[in-house]
Ligand binder design. Structure first.
Ligand SMILES: *Cc1c(COP(=O)(O)O)cnc(C)c1O
Length: 237
């Protein structure tokens, strides 16, 4: 890549990040919340490490990845950027759980006890506990990952007893919809689940919902973390 191209890349990603932060800020304002309550997770799956560096140079520190091997390769390439906070947000297969436990700071996609148990056992004791969100299948789609809302309490109880895991909250990817009313309905259901769980575990602080398509609806329903890929890094092939 020529230096000039690299510069163009950086400008583009920096501008897109500026827009993403402005969008969060506006959405927060419109719903009388502080923008400081909302973290932007830059979703860099399928994108090269250079793009992550461009975002990093702009000040972005939290990145989300969905494919274990791709992510582990990028984390190794970028190991000198030691203050990056890596979130795993994809489906977790048992045979990949050790790589997730060893390489990430957060896992947002824990949806069953079996996986929580493996992550707890595989998290190196030299590292701080792994931050965990329970993924909820909020729109009850047949093929989607995430636990049923009725199963949150059981899974939360299990995770809260794991020394190497730290339960932080909930995550969901609702069924795709371009209708803000439908989007809001799912997000409000998730917020209700979160409030209920928080009554039992007051230390919970993270409600991860909202993507490029539905940031406003998510923030109006109480999201504390939006996960944005396309709007920052461009479309994925
Ligand atoms: C890919 C992905 C995102 C980002 O989606 P965009 O529509 O590109 O913003 C967010 N969350 C999860 C779990 C994802 O897999």
């Amino acid at each position: 890549m020529t230096p000039q191209l690299a510069d163009n890349y950086m400008v583009t990603i920096a501008e897109r990040l500026t827009c993403a932060y402005a969008r969060i800020s506006n959405a927060a304002k419109n719903t009388h919340r502080s923008k400081n309550e909302i973290t932007l997770l830059a979703v860099s799956k399928t994108k090269p490490s250079d793009d992550i560096v461009a975002a990093y140079n702009y000040g972005q520190r939290q990145f989300g990845e969905s494919y274990v091997q791709e992510a582990v390769d990028k984390i190794a390439q970028l190991h000198t950027y030691s203050d990056i906070i890596w979130h795993f947000i994809g489906p977790i297969q048992s045979n990949k759980s050790a790589l997730v436990a060893e390489n990430f700071d957060w896992v947002q996609s824990v949806d069953r006890i079996k996986i929580a148990k493996r992550l707890n056992a595989q998290r190196p004791t030299s590292k701080p506990p792994l931050n965990v969100l329970i993924q909820v299948n909020i729109s009850a789609e047949e093929a989607k990952s995430g636990c049923h809302p009725d199963d949150i309490a059981n899974l939360a109880e299990f995770i809260s007893q794991c020394d190497q895991l730290r339960l932080r909250g909930l995550m969901a990817i609702p069924a795709k919809s371009d209708d803000p009313t439908t989007q809001t309905q799912y997000f409000e259901q998730l917020q209700t689940c979160f409030d209920k769980l928080k009554a039992q575990y007051p230390q919970l602080d993270t409600l991860s919902m909202g993507m490029s398509n539905d940031v406003e609806a998510a923030i109006s329903a109480g999201s504390t973390m939006v996960r944005i890929g396309t709007d920052i890094f461009g479309t994925r092939t």
